[in-house]
Structure formats: structure tokens, C-alpha cells
Design a protein around this ligand. Structure first.
Ligand SMILES: Nc1nc2c(ncn2[C@@H]2O[C@H](COP(=O)(O)OP(=O)(O)OP(=O)(O)O)[C@@H](O)[C@H]2O)c(=O)[nH]1
Ligand SMILES: [Mg+2]
Ligand SMILES: [Zn+2]
Length: 355
């Protein structure tokens, strides 16, 4: 167990005040505020969202989160941190910090620190968990640069509806997507292209890969480099194998995490960003599978299919469900080959069937 975190030392309020007003490097938001005689106005401190960079405050990235403890990667190593008390206000509505968050920490002693501030998120993948009193927003990952969706061309046969569901989640959370069509060694190239090429045509990044033949691995590695990637896909698709092939040893660890956060376990929730040798991080996100399309009204669903989004305005009825209506641009689109039948099928099932 970790020893209790100290609240004195480097992080005493005096030292913070000094840090606030010491000249030097400041974080973006703070620099805009200037005050003629700041020492007369210390109450500002509590209200600041941004804190200045100083000797005492280091920028870092949360790479692990477990039971209120956060491992923060800083320029000089990893600090195990808790959140500074005043940050915890409002914590009943949702997670305050998560893997992928950029933070400022102050080191206390040894490998410990306190998270003093959290940078605004560019984006995140989150879900709403229902609670007796309202809902709780659980952040699966903050600031992902991309979601990498790994599906096998065979063994197991890809479930296109699951892929389309992931794509809707990515659209909804505004996270770029990379689709990896793995195990191409098990099928003909024509077969795998029939399954996946139309996703590339829709504008999604697409890589065909095979672990035994090392096909697509260099391209995949390049896509991972320097980014925070959230990995998802059905069990058996080859996520661990691909990571292992790119960086030996990494996949194994990820499998363990995947098991420890498996369904039905609510006690210890841990998630982790694994550093890549070439720069960047990858996180296994089993939580994505359980993500419901909670935020999407049925009549908005067509807007999350890029190829439908462009056509819906041409339907005769503004509330067209694209099933039986006359002059439906979507039905015509399917007939004319503008919309892939499998995508239309996903739309119908996601819209009208209980998941
Ligand atoms: N033929 C072939 N087999 C593969 C390929 N990639 C992975 N496999 C095999 O597929 C099986 C499942 O691979 P994993 O890497 O464990 O799959 P996973 O996506 O990590 O699965 P979970 O951890 O359960 O989510 C293993 O037996 C791998 O050896 C591939 O490109 N071609
Ligand atoms: Mg795995
Ligand atoms: Zn229509």
C-alpha cells in the first residue's frame, strides 16, 4: 500500500502562492490575467483553473488510474498522485480525471505528488452510468487521438453491426478512427476487400494486416507513433497479437488488464496507457464494448452515418425513417450503390431493434 500522502512540504499554500506570482513560465490561461499588485489579491488563487508552471509544478500525463490514485508521467519519472482536495468539488456527477488527462502536479516526496490542476480536455470517450440519484459520467479515456478498431476478416467472422456501432460512438465523441482488418492470411484479398473497402471509401483510415505474415504492421506502427490510441474490437480479433508483434511484451500486459476489468467486476476499476517505444501510448478499452448509444436519439441516428448524412436532406419527409416512405433518398442511395447494404442493415437494426 502507498503511504499516506503528505499535504505539507513543497505544496504548502505559501509555496503555492509564491509559485502563482513568481515570474517565469506560465500556463496558457494564466498568462492572460495581469494584475497591478497581485500580492494584495491572494484570493484569486483558489479560483484559478490554470496554475503557472514553476519549479514546484510539473506538467504530466495520467497514464494509470486506480481507486483514486493516478500515476502521472512527468519529465522526470512517474509520480503516484491523488487529486488536490479542492479539485474534488462536483465529483459526484462524474470522473474528474482519467487516463489521457494532462495535468500539473506537485511532487511531495519520493514518487508521490498531488494533482493541482487538470488541463481542459480536447475530447474524451465517456459513458453515463445510471445511479439511484441521477447519472455518473465515467471517462474511459481522455484526449484520445484515435480509436483503433481491430476486426478479423475471419475467425471470428467480423460482425459489421458491432463495427458500425463503434463508428457511431466515435462520430458521436468526435474521435478519429483507424480500422484494422486483421487475419487477411486466412481469406483471399477479394474477400477481405468486400468486407472492408467501403469503410475506406467513407473516409475512415483502413489497414489490412496479418500477424504471421507481418503485413500492415509497419503501417500500423506508423499510425500509433506519437498518438494516444484507444484500442477496441471483439475478443479474438488479434489486438494483443498485433501489439505484441509491434512491440514484444506489450500485448501480454494488455491482456491482463482486459481480464481484470472484465464484465461483472465493479470493485477495482483500473485503466492504463501503455507507452510505445517509438513514442505515444496505447490503451485497451474493453469499456467501449459496453458503451450504449445513450446520447443518440433514434431520429438522429442517420446523422452518424457519414454517407447518409449527406443524403437525408433530400428525403421527401423531414421525419423520414428511411424504411417505407416514398421519395426516400436513403433507399434510393442503397439502390444506386451509394450506401452499402450492410451499412443500411446496421442502420435499421440499431434504429429499430433493442440492443
Ligand atoms: N491466422 C491469424 N491468426 C491470428 C492473427 N492475429 C491473431 N491471430 C490469432 O488469433 C487468436 C486471438 O488473438 P488475440 O491477440 O488474443 O486476440 P485479442 O483481440 O487480443 O482478444 P481478447 O484479448 O480476448 O480481446 C490467437 O490465437 C492469435 O494467434 C492473424 O493475423 N492471423
Ligand atoms: Mg487481447
Ligand atoms: Zn428517407
Amino acid at each position: 500500500m502507498l503511504p499516506p500522502l503528505l499535504s505539507k512540504g513543497f505544496c504548502s499554500s505559501t509555496s503555492l502562492k509564491n509559485a502563482m506570482y513568481s515570474p517565469g513560465k506560465f500556463s496558457p490561461g494564466y498568462g492572460k490575467r495581469t494584475h497591478p499588485n497581485p500580492l494584495k489579491h491572494p484570493p484569486l488563487i483558489e479560483k484559478e483553473v490554470y496554475l503557472p508552471l514553476s519549479q514546484d509544478l510539473k506538467p504530466g500525463l495520467i497514464i494509470r488510474s486506480q481507486s483514486g490514485f493516478f500515476s502521472v508521467q512527468t519529465g522526470d519519472g512517474i509520480l503516484v498522485c491523488k487529486l488536490r482536495g479542492r479539485l474534488k468539488r462536483g465529483s459526484k456527477e462524474g470522473d474528474l480525471a482519467a487516463i489521457g488527462d494532462r495535468v500539473f502536479v506537485c511532487q511531495i516526496a519520493g514518487g508521490e505528488g498531488l494533482i493541482e490542476s487538470i488541463e481542459p480536455r480536447q475530447r474524451m470517450i465517456s459513458r453515463l452510468a445510471p445511479l439511484p440519484r441521477g447519472e455518473y459520467e465515467q471517462i474511459i479515456i481522455a484526449n484520445p487521438d484515435q480509436i483503433v478498431l481491430v476486426f478479423a476478416c475471419a475467425e471470428p467472422a467480423p460482425r459489421m453491426r458491432m463495427l458500425d456501432r463503434f463508428l457511431i460512438i466515435a462520430e458521436e465523441q468526435s474521435v478519429p478512427v483507424l480500422i484494422v482488418a486483421n487475419k487477411i492470411d486466412l481469406v483471399s484479398m477479394d474477400f477481405s476487400r468486400d468486407l472492408f473497402d467501403h469503410y475506406g471509401e467513407l473516409g475512415y483510415e483502413l489497414i489490412y494486416s496479418s500477424v504471421p505474415n507481418r503485413e500492415g504492421l509497419a503501417a500500423l506502427q506508423e499510425q500509433f507513433t506519437g498518438k494516444i490510441s484507444a484500442l477496441a474490437g471483439p475478443s479474438g480479433a488479434g489486438k494483443s497479437s498485433l501489439l505484441n508483434a509491434i512491440q514484444p511484451g506489450l500485448g501480454l500486459t494488455i491482456q491482463n488488464v482486459s481480464q481484470s476489468t472484465g464484465k461483472g467486476k465493479h470493485t477495482t476499476v483500473s485503466s492504463e496507457l501503455f507507452p510505445l517505444e517509438g513514442g505515444g501510448y496505447v490503451a485497451d478499452t474493453p469499456g467501449l464494448k459496453a458503451l450504449a448509444l445513450w446520447d443518440i436519439e433514434p431520429e438522429e441516428l442517420d446523422g452518424y452515418f457519414p454517407e447518409m448524412r449527406a443524403l437525408v436532406a433530400q428525403c421527401q419527409f423531414s421525419d423520414c425513417t428511411h424504411v417505407h416512405e416514398p421519395d426516400c433518398a436513403i433507399i434510393k442511395g442503397v439502390e444506386q450503390g451509394l450506401i452499402h447494404p450492410s451499412r443500411y442493415d446496421s442502420y435499421l437494426r440499431l434504429r429499430f431493434e433493442e440492443e
